[in-house]
Design a protein around this ligand. Structure first.
Ligand code: UD1
Length: 362
């Protein structure tokens, strides 16, 4: 089950391994993201199988969006009678995709289980906690996520799988190198001489005080440090009062490969996205998180990622500090030997063979 940008990316890592393990996958797209640049471009660029069905839910308030998904997902599940539903991440599509099967006593598996920012004010944290408590197979990307689940009394079904987004990224490295020069030429950018910005999170865009402060910080970085490239989420376009900003190249949301080129070639990434902070760290590009906390605390501990908050002067000061530092404190945290997608597929294949459905019915 997918519906939003980060889920297409995670599914692109896992889908081939499911096929290889002999699991038949039918993809449901909730329709949470529907613009070409937010959805189809990822299916084209990442060789994701076409969804068997798109529920076309679209945008709405959180309750309405999640409720509409719940009703439509339930209808599909009643028709299809799947053995298991696999969900990804922490979006409203994740929660609806887990709650509908759980109510029908169909087992649920969750990729990226156990992450916690401990900030209950964000929709993603609510979605994460609830989804994890509905799930039979919990694939945790790191040890902190396993410990978080244990602290909430969840032990059964937890598998330390590693991070599928990093696995996908490693596979794409040769392609990133291949298109890098061309993209930077088109944008008239020099490697390591620009800053990449993305600020898609509702907790920032929908709070005028936070948004104002972040925008001030971004403008200060553009003025004092380096040109900025900012692919804007559709909602952000509405928040920007002017169609242009001094020293800032505003772009439509970029496809996966182009985003990775920009993250790898930038001297700094400023973001509130969960996925991009990991990707920046993997590329060895310093990253400031424009939030009060991050759920990727392992990266914070290595010094690759710094939580900067949203205060404009602090953003500029921390940005100058991390860019002037000679190199990141350490390299990306170690990964296991088995590719995460293969471990996930093998665990699910074994679970399905043992009659996972019976387990959920008990
Ligand atoms: C969702 C996830 C967030 C994730 C992000 C990735 C939730 C609660 N949040 O946030 O965790 O990081 O996806 O992008 O699920 N819009 C369009 N076209 C689209 C999609 C959205 O114009 O194709 C606009 C609409 O105005 C909509 C707004 O963006 O109201 C927000 O979209 P929504 O899907 O509700 O959440 P995201 O902010 O994208």
């Amino acid at each position: 089950m997918v519906g939003a940008r980060p889920q297409f990316i995670k599914a692109a890592a896992v889908s081939p391994a499911l096929r290889e393990a002999g699991i038949v996958e039918q993809l449901i797209h909730t329709g949470q993201h529907y613009d070409y640049e937010m959805s189809q471009v990822f299916f084209d660029g990442l060789n994701l199988p076409r969804p068997a069905i798109n529920l076309g839910v679209g945008s709405a308030s959180h309750g309405a969006q999640t409720g509409r998904m719940l009703e439509k997902v339930e209808e599909v599940l009643l028709q299809w009678e799947p053995d298991l539903v696999l969900v990804y991440g922490d979006t409203n599509s994740t929660l609806a995709g887990a709650l509908a099967p759980a109510k029908l006593r169909i087992p649920v598996a969750q990729v990226e289980a156990g992450l916690r920012s401990f900030d209950p004010a964000t929709p993603e944290e609510i979605n994460r906690v609830l989804t994890d408590h509905l799930t039979c197979f919990l694939f945790a990307p790191n040890k902190t996520a396993v410990a978080n689940l244990q602290a909430e009394g969840i032990r059964d079904g937890v598998v330390l799988s590693g991070d599928v987004m990093i696995e996908l990224l490693e596979g794409f490295l040769p392609h990133i190198e291949a298109v890098s020069c061309r993209l930077l030429d088109v944008l008239s950018l020099r490697p390591k001489a620009f800053v990449l910005v993305t600020v898609p999170r509702a907790e920032n865009t929908d709070d005028p005080a936070r948004w104002g402060s972040i925008l001030k910080g971004i403008k200060a970085v553009a003025k004092e440090m380096a040109p900025i490239v900012w692919p804007v989420h559709p909602r952000v376009r509405e928040r920007l009062a002017t169609p242009s900003l001094d020293g800032v190249i505003l772009l439509e949301p970029r496809p996966y490969l182009e985003t990775q080129v920009l993250a790898r070639s930038a001297c700094l990434v400023l973001t509130d996205s969960g996925g991009l902070q990991k990707e920046a760290a993997f590329h060895g590009t310093p990253c400031l998180v424009l939030r009060d906390r991050t759920e990727w605390v392992e990266l914070e501990r290595t010094g690759l990622v710094c939580v900067a908050g949203i205060e404009s002067q602090t953003i500029l000061k921390r940005a100058q500090e991390v860019v002037q530092a000679t190199s990141p404190a350490t390299s990306y945290p170690e990964r296991g030997e088995v590719p995460p997608s293969r471990l996930i597929a093998k665990t699910l294949a074994t679970g399905l063979a043992r009659g996972t459905r019976q387990k959920a019915l008990r």
